[in-house]
Design a protein around this ligand. Structure first.
Ligand SMILES: [Zn+2]
Length: 245
């Protein structure tokens, strides 16, 4: 090692730590969440599961199963790979759950997790939103449940024919079939892994849902499903029911 290298290494290290420090100060919890998702093993688990779902069937939960007296049933079969507050894109927090079915596009059914009124906006190929007039955990407020990726890589919808684009306020019961898991990302030809994304979305107070892309507009799904589903406190992969209170 020559004199020049011995000087360069500490300078590079200092620059690296300063950059990490600055990023942490500016975007603290988002940077944390990104590292936490790696450390928790969830990125690896999702990759392992997508590659060989048959080797990890013990991670899967049954569609329509329910943890003790939780209000929601699980909307689809599969492995809950990513949780609320995970981060797999730098500086973005995941607003819901990603449930990977382990089968091909269009093979894993998606059901309503609770009674409500279903909307599919005119330009929605792969998404649905369920209005629940009385939040089962806080009857004074209305909440929404957003579900997406119900289309093939080209954007051909896998949503049941009963809910065409433009559907407003179709009454559905808990357990009704809504469609099938797909892998449409919103951009034709650039698919995601085959899964259902589901998030619980706040109402704007005037009867309309807020934008589910922002974490502050969504809610921790843990108490709705009776499982530890908030990555900020649940480090374990493949969550199971919380013990009875
Ligand atoms: Zn997701």
């Amino acid at each position: 090692m020559n004199a020049k290298t011995t000087k360069t290494i500490p300078i590079l290290l200092a620059v690296f730590f300063l950059a990490v420090l600055t990023l942490s100060l500016l975007f603290g919890n988002k940077v944390n969440a990104y590292f936490r998702t790696w450390v928790s093993g969830r990125n690896k688990a999702v990759i392992d599961y997508i590659r060989a779902p048959q080797d990890h069937s013990d991670w899967e939960l049954e569609a329509l199963s329910r943890c003790s007296d939780a209000p929601f049933v699980l909307p689809t079969h599969g492995f809950i790979g990513y949780l609320f507050n995970d981060s797999f894109t730098p500086l973005k927090l995941h607003t819901g759950l990603d449930i990977f079915g382990g089968k091909q596009v269009g093979q894993t059914p998606v059901y309503a997790p609770y009674d409500g009124f279903l909307t599919r906006e005119l330009d929605w190929k792969s998404s649905l939103i369920l209005r629940i007039p009385q939040d089962p955990l806080d009857p004074d407020q209305q909440v929404w449940v957003y579900m997406t990726h119900l289309a093939d890589p080209e954007g051909n919808s896998l949503i049941e024919a009963a809910f065409p684009p433009g559907t407003q306020e179709a009454a559905v019961k808990q357990g009704d079939l809504l469609g099938y898991q797909g892998n449409y990302s919103g951009y034709p030809g650039s698919p995601t892994g085959i899964h259902l994304h589901i998030s619980i979305v706040r109402d704007d107070g005037e009867g309309k849902y807020l934008n589910e892309l922002h974490i502050e507009n969504t809610m921790d799904p843990s108490p709705y499903f009776g499982m530890p589903l908030n990555a900020a406190s649940a480090l374990k992969s493949s969550p199971v029911c919380l013990p009875l209170q």
